[in-house]
Design a protein around this ligand. Structure first.
Ligand code: FE2
Length: 196
């Protein structure tokens, strides 16, 4: 019934061959992402069917509703993440993102230190450079389980997946080495394009 609304998994195979990432790791990661897309669609279809059957207000309906945030964010965050990878050029230090990072953090290096610090926090999750849609301010946020903790109305500018599946195949427990490798592959033009 929600067929028209169904999300389709995007193809990120152009990232294969990216330095520091094996095809095995990336292909597994694409498969995992596709699972989120499938489950986002399934949740939407199930909720719509339950609503139609007068089952809104049941515990089952509530649980699927709760689950939806997990599936949708899992889908969308992976899209942001894969889209901001595959770059070969360093951040343009005369561009608007670099200027904004310097204005809000004092220097690019200070921002980077904070971003890496965020990305190496214990736990599974995401490091996200956000822009507050109201004040325009940039800040780094740690997102643990991804159905909670997103600052309301903020725009994700740069996303790094630090769930273990994002690095263990190639880096074992060396998350910091994965972060260095990922930072060498950032598509800064995409990140900058998200800035308001
Ligand atoms: Fe992931």
């Amino acid at each position: 019934m929600e067929v028209k609304m169904a999300y389709e998994a995007k193809d990120y195979s152009k990232l294969l061959g990216m330095e520091g990432f094996s095809d095995t790791l990336l292909n597994n990661h694409f498969t995992l992402y596709k699972g989120y897309v499938t489950n986002t669609n399934k949740s939407m279809e199930t909720l719509a069917a339950m609503l139609k059957d007068g089952k809104a207000g049941t515990p089952e309906y509530a649980e699927i509703h709760r689950r939806f945030g997990w599936e949708f964010n899992g889908m969308r965050l992976h899209e942001y993440y894969f889209e901001n990878l595959g770059g070969k050029k360093a951040l343009d230090m005369s561009g608007k993102l670099a200027k904004k990072l310097i204005a809000d953090f004092g220097s690019y290096e200070t921002w980077l230190q904070d971003f890496k610090g965020t990305a190496t926090m214990r736990g599974i999750g995401w490091a996200i450079l956000y822009q507050d849609n109201v004040s325009g301010k940039l800040f780094n946020q740690w997102i643990n389980e991804h159905d909670v903790g997103h600052p309301a109305g903020c725009i994700p500018i740069l996303i790094l997946d630090v769930f273990e599946h994002a690095f263990m195949t190639d880096y074992g427990l060396k998350r910091a080495d994965y972060i260095e490798a990922a930072l060498k592959n950032i598509n800064w033009a995409i990140a900058e394009g998200r800035l308001k």
